[in-house]
Design a protein around this ligand. Structure first.
Ligand code: PTJ
Length: 247
């Protein structure tokens, strides 16, 4: 039990979720390392959502609302940290959710499928009995995707994605949105919209944005997307990383 008075309470709570996911057997072996890297970047931005991240989130939600077949891709870490929030976002933007594991094993897919179902989300894609295809005929596990999900999606939200998979998705012509605390990662650099924020803050914030943007007309959303420059926004994101003594 972590005492609420602990100065690093929020951060320890997230570690606890990651540890429990590992114990339950659905976190990738390197999921803890990935979490640690994310933690370090989060520390350096003051564990707060920055202005460039907020801007990217508005654009991302606009792009998702404009899509015909938007899909949220989920892995072990994303599920451990934000399963309910991901389900809420999917409902708010009318997106599908697909299990998409970098270190795919049948056992992990089975466990994650069960978790989404237990949390009330029945239509999870990418499960063991789903119809899977290879993107652009690349016969590699990293290119496998659900026929009705990522395979046919026009926009994919990939939180904490590995660079190889992001590259395959990008090359297949899909719009890629990532949530990644590391603005220097390959995934952040090759995505169309990169949100440098912690998934636990970003996903609920995007759900709120969706409620607001749903009331706007289509032209407003199109302008938001067209006026966005991801490279420029990533540069601004990088400038948010500050190392100051005593903070
Ligand atoms: O469950 P699997 O098999 O799909 O594997 C998932 C991981 C995350 C292990 C796999 O995709 C992987 O190895 O990813 P990488 O290449 O380590 O990239 C993960 C990125 O997510 C890194 O750039 C981290 O900085 C970032 N990250 C970690 N925790 C968070 C985060 N970004 C946002 N929010 C976080 N909480």
């Amino acid at each position: 039990m972590i005492p609420k008075s602990h100065p690093r309470y929020e951060s320890l709570l997230l570690r606890d979720k990651i540890v429990k996911a590992a114990q339950k057997g659905y976190l990738a072996d390197s999921g803890m390392i990935a979490h640690g890297r994310g933690e370090a970047f989060d520390y350096l931005i003051g564990e707060k959502t920055t202005y460039p991240a907020k801007r990217a989130m508005y654009v991302a939600v606009a792009a998702l609302l404009l899509s015909n077949n938007p899909v949220i891709s989920v892995n072990g870490n994303a599920t451990a940290l934000a399963i309910d929030e991901i389900i809420d976002l999917a409902k708010a933007i009318n997106a599908k959710i697909e299990i998409n594991l970098f270190y795919r094993t049948d056992e992990r897919v089975r466990l994650i499928t069960k978790l989404y179902k237990d949390h009330g989300y029945k239509d999870i894609l990418g499960s063991l009995d789903d119809d899977m295809e290879y993107i652009d005929d690349i016969k590699n596990n990293r290119a496998s995707a659900s026929k009705n999900g990522i395979y046919s999606a026009d926009t994919v939200l990939v939180p904490l994605e590995d660079g190889d998979r992001a590259e395959i998705l990008k090359k297949s012509g899909k719009k890629i949105i990532t949530i990644d605390l590391n603005p220097l990662s390959r995934t952040s650099k090759m995505s169309d919209i990169s949100i440098m924020d912690n998934i636990v803050r970003a996903i609920p914030f995007m759900t709120k944005i969706a409620e607001d943007l749903k009331t706007q007309d289509k032209k407003f959303l199109i302008d938001l997307v067209n006026e966005f420059d991801n490279e420029e926004n990533l540069k601004e994101s990088l400038q948010q990383i500050k190392i100051k003594e005593g903070e």
